[in-house]
Design a protein around this ligand. Structure first.
Ligand SMILES: N[C@@H](CCC(=O)N[C@@H](CS)C(=O)NCC(=O)O)C(=O)O
Length: 208
């Protein structure tokens, strides 16, 4: 079956699908959409939300549903523990730190940057204030990251790699773009091992 993945490079929900595709060794066509492109996602699934997986005869969104659909042999066994609440907690400071930098990567031009900024500033406030508040977000993040670190054995709450590692790594990945933030050696090593296991290359679509 031929797969096409519509995604945003920065988006953690898209990154998790890219990681799963890599882990499962499933070839796919990568299609990075402009953030201000409303028409194409709506044409595919009716909503402006990525990631979208397109296949013969259909298209679907929701990253977890996509991964479940792709993982026919159940290689990525989910753990009993729902990591969703932790990801929500992490997402708040991570995204406030990362968003002002994401918009200056080659994924964006002035039009898509303004679209993203206007949309996100409605919820989070002006990006220039987010940048000024970076220490506050880093302080909020540190205890959460310590908790994550204490739970690496060497994978998240487990001796073996699983779906939760993909979900966690995809969320944490955003921090690599923040110049004032540095991962501990343990977390960096963990993220790099997830990257290798998933044959993940964050930048591949920027430079191809
Ligand atoms: N529950 C969805 C969430 C996906 C999501 O929030 N995608 C964001 C990008 S990170 C999006 O498409 N936002 C469109 C917009 O805000 O315009 C999933 O897991 O796939």
């Amino acid at each position: 079956m031929a797969f096409k993945l519509y995604h945003y490079v920065h988006c953690p929900f898209c990154v998790r699908v890219r990681m799963a595709l890599g882990y499962l060794n499933i070839p796919y066509e990568s299609k990075v959409l402009r953030y201000d492109d409303e028409a194409n996602p709506k044409k595919l699934t009716g909503v402006k939300m990525l990631p979208i997986l397109q296949f013969e005869g259909g298209a679907m969104n929701e990253s977890l549903d996509i991964i479940k659909f792709l993982d026919k042999e159940n290689k990525l066994k989910p753990s009993d523990k729902d990591i969703g609440p932790l990801l929500n907690e992490l997402g708040k400071p991570i995204h406030s730190l990362a968003m002002p930098y994401w918009i200056y990567t080659p994924e964006f031009d002035q039009v898509s940057r303004d679209y993203f900024k206007n949309k996100k500033e409605m919820k989070r406030g002006p990006f220039k204030d987010l940048v000024l508040r970076k220490e506050e977000f880093i302080q909020e993040l540190m205890p959460l990251l310590k908790k994550v670190e204490d739970d690496l054995h060497p994978f998240y709450q487990s001796a073996s790699f699983g779906l939760n590692d993909i979900l966690l790594a995809a969320h944490l990945w955003g921090l690599y773009i923040v110049p004032e933030f540095q991962f501990s050696e343990k977390l960096h090593t963990y993220l790099q091992s997830v990257k290798n296991i998933c044959h993940f290359n964050y930048h591949q679509d920027f430079w191809s």
